[in-house]
Design a protein around this ligand. Structure first.
Ligand code: BG6
Length: 374
């Protein structure tokens, strides 16, 4: 985005674009759902999804970088579960070093906010040359990635100015969920009627996100403590591990705190050696069937001196006792918790960056879109 364009989008009453964009997410979700759903009662998506005719694809490859890559990881869980199709999520910058199995039966999802990221573009060109069918999910209509894909789903996040991506990630998540539903229906794994409870649950997410955005004072308090640390860990299992990676990236980008994300299980195989008195750990435990495995890890962290911020699901209250600070998410289907769960993580990164006096919208060394390939 040029300086002129940047100025054309106003911060309004917000001190930073990042906060403004975080606060816009309920609206972004509403727009995405209004554009993507034709009828909730009939379990029908709009032609943008319905006309893709995804039934013939035997595998899915997701190519993306950074935050968009993390959205792809969430998409993988949902698509594999509902559509019963193998999904590989590749960091676009690594893709060209692999001799990947792309063929005309491969649906290639290319996710990019800017639509101009050089690594993603290079990866998609290679996948295209091997015969893959490319569907781009981008936030900039007419971008290079949008033009070079076979089909495009435009995310409707609106211009994102803050380098740290927030509302575009939310739009990517909602789009991937809708795409996952369409894929499951096209593959005969989900009847129209079976899609209805998912669509009904999605429809409630904007309001739930609003509820969490109203908890800013709580997150600000966590941020006040976190700001004094130089290391932090983000842990979760299953879908929560994917969201932990996004929470960790947000914190790194905006605060320069060394933040690492691990699956709560893998963390025990080495990295736990890094835990010492006073280390903060942000733990996501939103999945009812996994919380029983995460609680013992939380207990172990606490016994070794960590302090814990817990992002917990409505049905995972047993994790609450292990937390120094906690936020309980509104009840939704376990598949959809990444959408509300990322809200406190985005706010945490934002308020911690503010507390450290950083340039929140334009962090050091970063640009909004890395166009070159190195
Ligand atoms: C990075 C940005 O360079 O590019 C990240 O710092 C972003 O914030 C990543 O997620 C991917 O960008 P895009 O535009 O392809 O989604």
């Amino acid at each position: 985005m040029t300086a002129t364009n940047k100025n054309a989008v106003d911060k309004g009453s917000y001190p930073h674009f990042m906060l403004k964009e975080i606060m816009e997410q309920p609206e972004v979700l509403r727009r995405t759902l209004a554009k993507g759903i034709a009828s909730i009662e009939q379990g029908q998506l709009s032609p943008e999804y319905g006309d893709l005719r995804l039934g013939k694809y035997q595998k899915v490859l997701v190519l993306a970088c950074g935050t968009a890559y993390h959205a792809g990881l969430v998409g993988k869980y949902f698509m594999e579960k509902l559509a019963r199709v193998p999904v590989t999520v590749e960091q676009a910058a690594e893709f060209r070093y692999t001799d990947s199995f792309v063929d005309p039966d491969t649906l290639v999802l290319v996710i990019s906010q800017s639509g101009e990221t050089g690594d993603t573009l290079a990866a998609m060109r290679e996948a295209k040359s091997k015969g893959g069918y490319l569907v781009a999910i981008t936030n900039v209509a007419g971008s290079t990635i949008a033009r070079e894909a076979h089909r495009v789903i435009n995310t409707v996040a609106g211009a994102e100015i803050s380098v740290a991506s927030t509302k575009a990630y939310m739009a990517q998540l909602a789009t991937l969920y809708l795409l996952g539903l369409q894929l499951a229906m096209d593959r005969g794994r989900l009847g129209f009627k079976d899609a209805v409870p998912y669509l009904k649950a999605m429809k409630k997410i904007p309001e739930q996100v609003e509820q969490l955005l109203a908890e800013q004072a709580t997150v600000k308090e966590w941020a006040g403590r976190l700001a004094g640390n130089e290391h932090a860990f983000f842990l979760g299992r299953g879908l929560d591990a994917a969201v932990a990676m996004e929470g960790s990236l947000k914190l790194k980008e905006t605060t320069y705190i060394h933040a690492e994300a691990y699956s709560a299980g893998e963390f025990r195989h080495g990295p736990i050696a890094l835990i010492e008195e006073g280390i903060p750990a942000v733990i996501l435990a939103t999945q009812p069937e996994l919380v029983g495995y995460t609680v013992p890890v939380m207990e172990e962290l606490k016994s070794r001196g960590a302090w814990i911020i817990g992002i917990l699901g409505a049905d995972t209250g047993q994790a609450a006792d292990c937390c120094d600070y906690r936020m309980i998410l509104p009840a939704t289907l376990p598949e959809f918790t990444p959408m509300p769960a990322v809200i406190p993580l985005q706010l945490l990164a934002y308020y911690t960056a503010c507390a450290r006096g950083n340039d929140v919208d334009q962090p050091r060394h970063l640009v909004k879109s890395v166009k070159d390939v190195k």
